[in-house]
Design a protein around this ligand. Structure first.
Ligand code: CA
Length: 138
């Protein structure tokens, strides 16, 4: 599973990359909107996490351009507390879910897993084949 993290705050970006890498996701990161636009259009990610407040090109615009193109993978947006309009605008632009900052890392990771699970057509985190049973959330 490959994830794109778009966040301009270096410390938060590094935290997200680390938390996802530890959980065996392959992670790319971008710190501004232009870089995000380029990476997201050209790479078949399984999910993108996008902060809406970005230098270069606003996150909303990045998402609109991705969706106007061929980008179909799920998008989770990071919105600022108190800016409820951002959630609406983000979902309307084509995002699938949101997390409000500051968030608990565990909540974000759970939403990432849920979105990937939903879009890969698996109803639960349990995969079964004959006598084998794998809990992908474990
Ligand atoms: Ca930001």
């Amino acid at each position: 599973m490959r994830i794109l993290v778009v966040e301009d705050e270096a410390r938060l970006r590094e935290q997200l990359v680390e938390a996802l890498t530890v959980r065996h996701y392959a992670v790319d990161a971008a710190g501004d909107g232009q870089e995000a636009l380029f990476l997201g259009q050209g790479t078949p990610y399984d999910l993108a996490i996008v902060d809406l407040g970005l230098p270069g090109l606003p996150g909303l615009e990045v998402i609109r351009r991705w969706r106007a193109g061929a980008v179909k993978y799920p998008i989770l947006i990071l919105t600022a507390r108190g800016h409820w309009q951002e959630k609406v605008e983000g979902l309307e632009a084509g995002a699938d879910d949101y997390v409000v900052k500051p968030f608990h890392l565990e909540e974000l990771l759970a939403r990432v897993q849920a979105l990937i699970r939903r879009t890969s057509g698996l109803p639960s985190s349990i995969l079964e084949a004959g006598p084998l049973r794998l809990d992908t959330a474990a």
